[in-house]
Design a protein around this ligand. Structure first.
Ligand code: GLN
Ligand code: ZN
Length: 761
């Protein structure tokens, strides 16, 4: 009899109920009681969805982020909120987002830093440490939720972020070393486990996802020490790892004196047998529980149950009662319920599974293992039919695309001449001043623009009226850029709601969900488009807009595209071919667009790779492989143009230290990057690396409403010129301006142009 469980359930709600309640609460439109009620209702619903499991996870719910919850659970709350008015929850929101609902005007505190949770698109609030950090356990909220689950008739399995991963994910705010806090934090965890043991709890799940990363000796020892201590607690520990393989950490895991371990059997399937063979007994001499994550918690595809069973049945035979089954990781990273997707094409829908459907798959596997395949003939046949339909669908497989990918040759990725030669040629053509000015692509997206797009989408206005509205907006953007005196213009992309969705909607092989929301951070969710099939471009996607815009000016009009790697990294991707193959297909589609733009007289083309860095694998050892195919994909998309065409790219960061050579290898004529916040410090990497091509280090931080002064921007550029030859520098904002208002953008760009003029002098 396999035990079924789950590592965590998405908290946001099928229709993003939590998001809306939070935002209303922050705007003081509902009282805290109402927010708490919504939360309680959601937990109740989510546990109901999991009631067929042996345990329900408790502690996976959060008002903002589970890492921030852990900080509050451990009493590691930054001093800056200590004496402020209000409740613990007010302070929680202050650290989460700079203010709580009771704060007015400028009485806000500086929010905790936010960063990506491993290789997901979820962002957590970074714990803060100093040498003096003390931990004071405050587990009321967790205990209350355990009682809540118990009262509803569920057996609770509390879910905790492990102490070592918690320390590892945080940041020192002084010169101390966070690992020195281990002894102190272990006192808090020991006390916590003792408390849980008094609450009708048999098992606690402790997550140590850092075990799938490369750990140095100190961190490995911290793991051993921690579980040697916590293993003595009166409660059974299931130690969970996910998102990757354990590799050199596997022997360490096998020896830990815990009662059970969970392994991501999607990413680390190869390690299952080694794990089983090498697990030691627990402290009482009992054989350990082996929990296998067999349903993919990171994608939206149905599991091929028959294929899974043929691998799993012998394992189940071997392990008997010691086998537990679960999704590979928390279901936080997938949308909640496919049943809401009424508009999705039924064939494509039949290939998908969201969180609730994934739990149904888990139950099916459990039933087959317990009662035999004969007990589930119909369900297995349905699953097999869906898998077969996807495998053989002509909508998925396009032979022309596959052949094109096979025929890709190296020379397609390289420009005709080296940068120096192109640069001379392009200088003659564009005749730009020194320190040329440009912007990153988007201009403020006003309510009118959004409304026009929505009306067109809903069929409330026809194509001709929509086109007219957009052209008026483009004219408006061009006029303003003329007034401001910018050198390389953009059309402002009013026709795009999102830099990935806009392209996805026009490419074959893409589908769009209505409710495929996944939490990105706090109340923010994203709805990644779904790549289900081979990608091709039936027709030009941006050419008409760019061509029109170019007719409005004698200055160069920059074409604006999203690069293949960014499109890939911000989509749900196929699991039936390598990511690299999908990326090459996207690259060919973008290449076609680049060549069409060039043929239409657009001589400067920007291809954004905002999310290139996000795709880096968790383990450094695997970085190079990713970098190789990602850079190849970019080059394939960009470098088919003639020497006269200038290629720009843009990235929303500038932590290039570990991949600067690869960035240079992309060979874009101009790259614009984000730097202003760091006071150009991030450009240090250019001290050692001679970056050969042109660069525009952003001088205007578009993430704040502040208007930078001329002096400030001149100063930043001077700092940049210390590291990069002045003749290679461009002057531009950090990123696109779509989230800003014209009232800020106009004076800011006016100052930016003045700064460039001053620099020329
Ligand atoms: N070209 C895009 C814009 O200007 C870039 C956005 C981004 O980098 N996130 O909006
Ligand atoms: Zn950007």
């Amino acid at each position: 009899m396999a035990t079924l469980h789950n590592l965590g359930f998405p908290r946001i709600g099928t229709k993003r109920e939590l998001k809306f309640a939070l935002e209303k609460f922050w705007q003081k439109k509902i009282p805290v009681e109402q927010l708490q009620n919504t939360a309680q209702e959601l937990r109740k619903k989510h546990w109901q969805h999991q009631q067929a499991l042996s345990f329900v996870p408790v502690g996976d719910f959060s008002f903002y982020d589970q890492v921030l919850d852990t900080s509050f659970l451990l009493g590691n709350v930054p001093d800056r909120v200590e004496n402020l008015e209000g409740t613990n929850l007010d302070n929680y929101f202050r650290i989460a987002r700079g203010r709580s609902a009771i704060d007015t005007g400028c009485s806000c505190v500086h929010a905790g830093e936010m960063t990506k949770w491993f290789d997901t698109n979820y962002h957590y609030i970074v714990p803060e440490f100093t040498a003096d950090t003390e931990f004071n356990l405050d587990c009321k909220t967790l205990l209350k939720q355990i009682s809540e689950a118990n009262i509803l008739g569920h057996k609770a399995k509390p879910v905790l972020l492990g102490p070592v991963s918690y320390l590892w994910l945080g940041k020192e705010k002084d010169q101390s070393n966070k690992i020195d806090l281990l002894d102190k934090i272990l006192i808090a965890y020991t006390e916590l486990l003792a408390q849980l043991a008094t609450r009708n709890v048999d098992w606690v799940q402790i997550d140590e996802p850092i075990l799938v990363t490369e750990l140095d000796n100190d961190w490995q020892q911290a793991i051993t020490k921690t579980y040697q201590l916590l293993g003595n607690s009166p409660i059974k520990i299931l130690l969970a790892t996910y998102f990757g393989q354990l590799k050199e950490n596997l022997p360490l895991l096998c020896e830990l004196p815990v009662a059970g371990v969970h392994l991501d059997a999607i990413n680390a399937k190869d390690e299952v047998s080694t794990l089983i063979d090498n697990l030691t007994t627990d402290k009482n001499g009992n054989e350990k529980i082996v929990s296998l994550g067999i349903i993919n918690g990171r994608n939206i595809w149905k599991t091929d149950i028959i294929a899974l069973l043929s691998w799993l049945e012998p394992v189940a035979e071997q392990l008997g009662k010691r086998l537990w089954l679960a999704p590979s990781c928390s279901l936080l990273h997938v949308p909640v319920d496919l049943n809401n997707e009424e508009k999705l094409d039924p064939e494509i829908r039949s290939w998908l599974a969201y969180a609730i459907q994934k739990l149904a798959e888990l139950e099916l596997v459990g039933k087959v293992l317990n009662d035999g395949r004969a007990s589930c003939v119909q369900a297995l046949a349905d699953n097999a039919a869906a898998i077969e339909s996807r495998r053989s669908s002509l909508r998925v497989h396009n032979q022309t695309v596959k052949k094109r990918v096979e025929a890709i040759s190296d020379d397609m990725s390289n420009r005709q001449s080296p940068f120096a030669e192109r640069n001379t040629l392009q200088k003659g053509i564009f005749n730009l001043p020194k320190f040329p000015t440009t912007t990153i692509g988007s201009f403020p997206q006003t309510t009118e623009i959004r409304q026009a797009r929505r009306q067109y989408k809903n069929g409330d206005i026809d194509q001709a009226s929509y086109q007219k509205l957009m052209q008026e907006e483009i004219q408006h953007c061009v006029d303003i850029q003329h007034q401001l005196g910018l050198d390389v213009l953009v059309h402002g992309v009013p026709e795009r709601n999102d830099m990935v969705e806009y392209f996805g909607e026009q490419l074959d092989g893409y589908a769009f969900s209505q409710f495929g929301w996944v939490q990105s951070y706090g109340s923010r969710c994203v709805k990644p488009p779904i790549i289900f099939g081979d990608i091709s471009r039936p027709q030009a996607m941006t050419v008409e807009w760019s061509k029109f815009a170019q007719t409005l000016t004698n200055k160069p009009m920059k074409g604006m595209l999203t690069g293949p790697v960014t499109i890939l990294n911000w989509s749900f991707v196929r699991d039936d071919q390598p990511r690299s193959t999908t990326c090459l297909q996207l690259a060919l589609a973008i290449r076609d667009e680049v060549l069409d733009l060039e043929a239409a007289g657009i001589n400067i083309i920007q291809i954004d790779e905002a999310a290139l860095r996000e795709g880096l694998p968790l383990r450094r050892a695997q970085w190079q492989e990713y970098i190789d195919w990602a850079i190849q994909s970019f080059k394939l998309s960009a470098n088919g143009v003639s020497d006269k065409t200038q290629i720009h790219t843009h990235m929303c960061y500038s932590e290039f230290n570990d991949m600067i050579a690869a960035i240079a290898d992309m060979d874009a004529d101009v790259i614009t990057i984000e730097t202003s916040r760091s006071d150009m410090e991030l450009l240090d990497v250019f001290d050692e690396f001679n970056y050969p091509n042109d660069i525009g280090p952003g001088v205007y931080d578009i993430h704040t409403p502040n208007i930078p002064t001329v002096e400030y921007m001149v100063n930043l550029m001077k700092k940049a010129a210390k590291r990069i030859p002045a003749e290679n520098l461009w002057v531009n904002p950090d990123c696109g301006l779509k989230t800003r208002g014209w009232a800020e953008v106009k004076p800011a760009l006016e100052n930016m142009v003045k700064a460039a003029i001053q620099l020329r002098g």
